[in-house]
Write a protein that binds this ligand. Structure first.
Ligand code: SAH
Length: 354
């Protein structure tokens, strides 16, 4: 089976998941010249048209043939919520099969950033996360990951400079599609986003981190740490029962060795759970000497759990303790808190008809 035959839906080929070379091969088998592939690729991945109809330099008959042969994989925007606080926009999209995904648009001084989902639902079961409450439904295709960015670009009319794979899903649990997505997103014939402007966040699937390291990409790896000891981490994240912190840290060191990219550790601060001074010291002990960065995120409470966010003063204190040990720390701006900013909250609301 060829690689691209994986991307066939209802007997139609998922054209946006094809690389330019694969598209050339595809059109060749339809007795079409290579330059048509180049034109189509540009319509799909640069001009970001919403359908074959808009590909005006293609003959009408070819557009019709494309409709019959290829799946366009457009996402239908269902709702857009804009934060009154910081202009963050949260999009809910309907997929071709009736499932929903969420994506977020954030404006920073260094450019526009889109946070995308990589799966419908999630298997990982992290206690504080809304995305996993209903379990896992399916993986997103490369085209569905791209289309979240393309649809938002179309809607805002602005260029996207950074992409973070931090929405619903565990990206390293959808590894092949993730890598193809990165390949297409960074392709010079497409949006050509720099690898350095892409961040992939994982709960810590050790073998997959090592595999990703061996690809030697220049993307940033964000590791969801959330606790400085195995005992505490197991309480918050079921995956910690499978891989110890020692194994996770070793995989992170390996990632740095292979890629030269410093790791970004995510640490959601939960009041009375992982946020006291002792835990800050344990965290320092765990990561001291590593080329890394820590992102502190006051936890975004979800109604299904009684976790409460750490108070402002303790967040600052925790940060200071780390900084005093020479660790790079930022406090994640709590973007879009007024618009169900936490992963998976919006999708759940719509699906449960609330
Ligand atoms: N599965 C991946 C990526 C998706 S989650 C991962 O675990 O990294 C993206 C980030 O948001 C993770 O760091 C996750 O732990 C965090 N997160 C999830 N729910 C949250 C919440 N309610 N408050 C704060 N951070 C949350």
């Amino acid at each position: 089976m060829s690689e691209t035959s994986l991307y066939v839906l209802n007997e139609k080929k998922d054209i946006k998941s094809y690389t330019l070379d694969e598209l050339k091969d595809e059109l060749k088998s339809m007795q079409l010249p290579a330059f048509r592939a180049k034109q189509m690729y540009e319509w799909l991945h640069v001009k970001l048209v919403p359908g074959f109809d808009e590909m005006t330099n293609l003959p009408l008959a070819l557009r019709k043939q494309c409709e019959e042969t290829f799946h366009f994989m457009g996402l239908e925007p269902v709702t857009v919520q804009e934060s009154a606080i910081d202009g963050t926009k949260k999009y809910l999209f309907r997929l071709y099969d009736g499932n929903y995904v969420e994506s977020v648009w954030m404006k920073y001084h260094h450019g526009n950033s889109v946070c995308i989902s990589s799966q419908v639902g999630c298997k990982m079961g992290c206690r504080f996360c809304a995305s996993t409450l209903d379990g896992w439904e399916r993986n997103l295709t490369p085209s569905e990951m791209l289309e979240q960015i393309y649809a938002i670009s179309r809607e805002t009319g602005e260029r996207v400079s950074n992409v973070v794979v931090m929405g619903t899903g565990e990206p390293l649990d959808n590894y092949e599609n993730l890598l193809r997505f990165i390949k297409l997103l960074t392709d010079e014939n497409g949006l050509h986003i720099s690898q350095r402007n892409i961040t992939v966040s994982t709960c810590g699937l050790v073998p997959m981190i090592k595999k990703l390291a061996d690809e030697k990409l220049q993307i940033t790896l964000a590791l969801s740490l959330h606790a400085p000891t195995d005992e505490k981490r197991r309480e918050l994240m079921p995956i910690a029962k499978k891989y110890s912190l020692q194994e996770v840290m070793e995989a992170c060191r390996y990632y740095f060795e292979q890629t030269g990219r410093r790791i970004s550790f995510e640490y959601a601060l939960v009041s009375g759970v992982n946020d006291n001074d002792e835990e800050a010291k344990q965290l320092i002990g765990l990561i001291r000497g590593m080329n890394c960065h820590v992102n502190l995120i006051p936890v975004n409470p979800i109604k299904e759990r009684d976790y409460v966010s750490t108070q402002h003063e303790q967040v600052q204190r925790f940060k200071k303790l780390l900084e005093n040990s020479g660790i790079n720390v930022t406090i994640r701006r709590e973007m879009g808190r007024d618009i169900d900013g936490a992963c998976g909250q919006l999708r759940r609301k719509v699906q449960s008809g609330e």
